[in-house]
Design a protein around this ligand. Structure first.
Ligand SMILES: [Zn+2]
Length: 196
């Protein structure tokens, strides 16, 4: 699934299972860090720009879904994030859960344009080649199913932000967060007034 869907879904779970901003951010990060292994794309484009050639996607294809989409990555990410946590046991456990939720979402919906372009989950990588999982019915990355999931988690995120008084914008700082929540609450007040 797209990184933004992973982010919103992870933030929703983190908001429910933690009770302070720091732990919430850490658990959210556990749900988006797996895609850090796709940053080879930046190196691919940078190399192509420097050499004036078409991008080859070498680093992206070499490492994406292989470096941080298995159990070794889950343990490494959870261990790293737990160092900064307030409630360490809970954060360690929830980082593992959210990380695996990311893998499950990728298994469901990260197919390329053609039906044969399946993205498997190589759960033992980068240490072991097996097991390798894939789902033949995998949704297209830009398919309607993924778009539906995005709209659901986006709507839930807005609803939770209004209810709780903090939003996913907290990653941009307290001021941005307060501004987003204030706008959302104004919209809700307007809408409530209009429907009374
Ligand atoms: Zn992923």
């Amino acid at each position: 699934m797209s990184p933004i869907t992973h982010f919103l879904g992870s933030w929703l779970v983190a908001s429910v299972v933690t009770d302070n901003p720091r732990d919430r951010k850490l658990v959210t990060l556990a749900g988006i860090l797996p895609d850090a292994d796709g940053l080879g794309l930046v190196a691919d484009f940078a190399g192509a720009l420097i050499h004036g050639e078409e991008p080859t996607f070498h680093y992206y294809q070499q490492y994406h879904h292989l470096l941080l989409h298995g159990w070794p990555g889950a343990i490494a990410v959870a261990a790293l994030l737990t160092v900064f946590a307030r409630q360490r046991t809970r954060v360690a456990l929830m980082c593992l859960v959210v990380f695996h939720l990311h893998l499950l979402c990728d298994l469901l919906g990260s197919r390329g344009p053609s039906p044969a372009d399946l993205w498997p989950i190589c759960y033992g990588e980068p240490l072991f080649r097996h097991p390798i999982w894939f789902w033949k019915g995998q949704w297209r990355l830009d398919g309607w199913q993924n778009q539906t999931v995005f709209f659901i988690v986006f709507a839930l995120s807005l609803w939770l932000a209004v209810k709780r008084g903090y939003s996913m914008a907290e990653f941009l700082g307290a001021r941005a967060d307060a501004a987003v929540v204030s706008v959302l609450r104004k919209w809700r007040a307007k809408f409530s007034f209009g429907t009374c």
